[in-house]
Design a protein around this ligand. Structure first.
Ligand code: SAM
Length: 340
């Protein structure tokens, strides 16, 4: 069984999305996950925030009992000496409910591993260490009640294979970036997509920003030292318009094409979902960019099913293709990735 943590308020849409991919899936009121017998192929789920592969549900009253169950799962699943990380979090109650219990389980696990399985204890990576999906394992344990929960253990390279539906952040949660100097809060979407993709807009690169005004995505790129070609019907904020790194073109973003391929296409146009998807696919077919971040905006949920076209077609042009409702997204899904 596999468990998926839905994006906020998206459990019904995630079940639909899995069913559309031919995967039997269900949710329950007792816990916050959507459960499925198989993983989707291709592994793309716009409405999942985190994946817990090979998950098992368990009930356990005592702290030591939780620690012992975790050890059993690890011994059964993880190869010897493979570096591994633990994400352990509570998903019940309000505020800090369950956090103290998780801290106690964490401490008990350390004590018991030190005594019973020193090699496993030694290969446990520190909480702030980077997860390398191709080389590291991840154990996820979620308390859905004080005495019940889910445990998942994913040995390498499973996380690498699932990278489009797996996040190295606990519960797939990325706090909104803050910057009061940005023209709008929309810049948090670019930062989050970069973090999930593990690729950043860098100094010296060229970005085309379609639907750029008032300019918070361009602002991020300019701050990084990139050159921006910004296309919109309206100008960007005055200080950005004066930036020597910005070239503003007042035009229809759907008709613009760069003279030569660029490092990044970033696009946050307000448009019907099919138009934004067609624009991305056209840029991909013509290999106009090396990387991209494109928002697909929805009114209601009637058109979510259109995303399957993008899932089927975009991957062929990409070394890495993601389609995710970001933490910073409203009724949007963001397509981002690297072009082959
Ligand atoms: C959500 S805003 C973009 C916000 C921007 N990413 C930011 O962070 O400041 C969408 C923009 O798309 C522009 N837009 C919509 N349709 C367009 C079109 N066909 N051509 C150019 N710009 C368009 C709008 O003028 C608007 O400024």
């Amino acid at each position: 069984m596999h468990a998926f943590l839905p994006a906020e308020g998206c459990d019904v849409f995630l079940v639909d999305e899995l069913k559309q991919a031919g995967v039997e899936a269900w949710s329950s009121e007792q816990q916050p996950f959507v459960l499925a017998e198989t993983l989707p192929d291709p592994p793309l789920l716009a409405f999942a925030r985190q994946t817990l592969p090979n998950a098992r549900e368990l009930s356990q009253v005592s702290i030591n009992g939780w620690a012992d169950q975790l050890i059993e799962v690890m011994l059964a699943t993880l190869p010897d000496d493979q570096p591994w990380h633990l994400h352990l979090w509570p998903a019940y109650g309000e505020g800090k409910a369950g956090q103290h219990r998780c801290a106690l389980i964490h401490a008990a696990l350390g004590e018991r591993l030190k005594k019973r399985r020193r090699s496993l204890w030694r290969s446990w990576q520190k909480a702030d260490a980077e997860i390398l999906p191709g080389e590291h394992a991840l154990v996820q344990a979620v308390l859905t009640a004080p005495d019940a929960g889910i445990i998942s253990a994913a040995p390498a390279p499973l996380l690498q294979d699932l990278r489009a539906i797996f996040s190295p952040h606990i519960a797939g949660d990325i706090p909104h970036a803050e910057d009061k100097a940005a023209p709008s809060r929309a810049f948090a979407k670019v930062i989050e997509a970069e973090l999930r993709l593990d690729q950043r807009i860098e100094r010296g690169q060229t970005c085309v920003d379609l639907g750029a005004s008032p300019g918070s995505w361009s602002y991020v790129a300019i701050q990084r030292g990139a050159h921006v070609i910004a296309i919109d019907r309206s100008p960007l904020r005055d200080d950005l318009m004066r930036s020597p790194r910005l070239q503003f073109i007042q035009a229809d973003a759907f008709k613009y094409k760069p003279e030569k391929p660029v490092d990044w296409l970033i696009c946050d146009i307000i448009a019907a979902p099919q138009r934004s998807m067609d624009l991305l696919l056209e840029w991909l077919r013509e290999k106009q960019m090396n990387r991209f971040i494109v928002t697909i905006k929805f009114k209601g949920s009637d058109e979510y099913h259109l995303l399957s076209q993008l899932k089927n077609e975009a991957r062929a042009f990409c070394t890495d293709f993601r389609l995710t409702r970001l933490c910073a997204n409203k009724n949007e899904v963001t397509a981002f990735g690297c072009v082959s």
